[in-house]
Design a protein around this ligand. Structure first.
Ligand code: FAD
Length: 429
């Protein structure tokens, strides 16, 4: 993989200097021999997939992928790491195959500022470049302070673990250090947020860990919602396996958290009830990744409105926003959705660069959740365009049945692992 400095990057662009590149407006950004240049911001599920599939669709397009981390830790299966079922390496993905196999210019840096009118960007490391089209998949950022007292410093004491990596390890270590008989508080956010079933999978797998290691302990979910994804299936599994361990407090029963005190390890509900936790997992409200917010790509919802056919921003033409940052409802904010959108946007971008009609996309999503290593449940959906809006296909997909036997749940757990291996391969290899 090439680690690109400002100097070498300009060389790769066929001698287009940074200053000259910044001066290019609207016309094709020469990547050597007049090749169009697509910059992909973010190397998570959406960005990695888009970069790879653009190159696969049209090798004449030069693709630059900008991602700060050399190792990306996936949120899918991060709950198994928290519960001590897998090690952190299980969820680590690298970028060498994207660079070596698909000849993508992978730059480990952070995009600091974008000028959508000039189609230029600058990175934290000082690299400037222009692009013909940009695909942005920056994931989420947190609305710090939306819960009184919950800021970046508090997250070091009460981890969110809603981006995987250091926060995942922190939560795992806190759980391992907790005494038997302790209370784990999980405080999910209101909709919309990344991975709707994620907090409930986390509660399940933490309960799995506690049942085996600290059976006198308890998981209390303080929820600002009265219903959650795959609820019937989760509750059925909890009744079977964790009846004394998990308690869910919905909004109607004062589950909404108004403030936290990291110093006291307490959270306070809207009606003033104070809960003390030995481990506290606060998952704060979310919005699109910071670069999308800073670039003015978001609307009042905090997420990015797009033309759902091409994922081009309805605010800044030339920038396509996919994944969690985009408004792609009814698709959920999931890694599978981001991957599916990455392929669709690749087709759209290649067609638009050639001045061709954009092919009508179709999408899919499956979300597996584990309640134990041998107990899986899922929800699946297929989407197609209804005019220029994404719509679920009636009768396609669905959720796992309730009342299924052990072998069925075990098979779904196996499918979950198979899904993970294949989506990781599809996105980064
Ligand atoms: P991300 O994967 O977050 O990628 C964004 C990338 O952009 C990051 O690598 C970041 O470093 C980079 N970036 C941000 N800003 C910049 C910048 N300024 N410059 C350059 N790069 C930047 N989904 C599933 O499908 N199945 C699951 O089982 C599942 N389980 C989950 C479990 C948990 C606990 C959680 C929290 C989520 C889970 N998800 C799951 C959801 C999934 O992780 C997200 O939906 C997915 O990561 C979204 O992909 P993305 O490309 O939009 O963002």
């Amino acid at each position: 993989m090439t680690k690109i400095t400002r100097r070498t990057f300009n060389g790769i662009l066929g001698g287009v200097g940074a200053a000259a590149a910044l001066g290019v407006t609207g016309c094709a950004n020469v990547g050597g021999g007049g090749r169009p240049h697509v910059v992909v911001v973010g190397g998570g599920f959406g960005g990695a997939t888009a970069a790879k599939y653009i190159r696969r669709r049209d090798p004449s397009v030069q693709v630059t992928l900008i991602e700060p981390s050399e190792t990306y830790y996936t949120c899918p299966f991060s709950n198994t790491v928290i519960a001590g079922i897998n090690r952190i390496n299980f969820i680590a993905q690298k970028y060498n195959k994207l660079a070596d196999k698909y000849d993508i210019n992978v730059i480990h840096d952070r995009v600091e500022a974008i000028d959508p009118a000039k189609r230029t960007l600058v990175t934290a490391g000082g690299t400037s470049m222009s692009y013909d089209r940009m695909v942005m998949s920056p994931g989420i950022s947190f609305k710090w302070g939306a819960i009184d007292g919950y800021d970046e410093a508090a997250a070091e004491r009460m981890p969110h673990a809603w981006n995987a990596g250091q926060q995942t390890e922190l939560l795992r270590k806190q759980l391992a250090a907790m005494d038997d008989g302790g209370t784990v508080l999980i405080c999910p956010p209101k909709n919309p947020f990344r991975c709707p079933p994620g907090p409930y999978e986390r509660a399940s797998l933490i309960a799995y860990y506690l049942k085996r290691n600290k059976p006198r302990s308890k998981v209390l979910i303080l929820d600002p919602k009265d219903a959650f994804a795959k609820q019937g299936l989760f509750v059925e599994g909890w009744d079977k396996m964790y009846a004394d361990l998990i308690e869910w407090v919905p909004a109607a029963k004062d589950g909404t958290i108004a403030s936290v005190s990291a110093a006291d390890m307490t959270v306070e509900s809207e009606l003033g009830e104070v809960h003390k936790g030995d481990v506290i997992n606060v998952i704060p409200p979310q919005q699109a990744g910071a670069i999308a917010v800073r670039t003015g790509l978001t609307d009042g919802s905090g997420f990015c409105p797009v033309d759902q056919m091409t994922f081009e921003s309805t605010i800044h033409p030339g920038i396509h926003v996919i994944g969690d940052a985009s408004i792609a409802s009814p698709m959920p904010k999931s890694g599978y959705s981001a991957n599916s959108q990455g392929k669709a946007v690749a087709a759209a971008v290649v067609a638009m660069l050639k001045g061709q009609a954009v092919p009508t996309p179709g999408f899919m999503n499956t979300c597996y959740s584990l309640l134990a290593p041998d107990y899986g449940i899922s929800v699946a959906a297929i989407y197609r365009m209804d005019g220029n809006k994404i719509a679920g296909v009636k009768g396609a997909g669905g959720v796992s049945p309730t009342g299924a036997q052990y072998q069925f749940r075990k098979k779904e757990a196996d499918f979950a692992e198979g899904w993970y291996a294949s989506i990781a391969q599809d996105s980064w290899a």
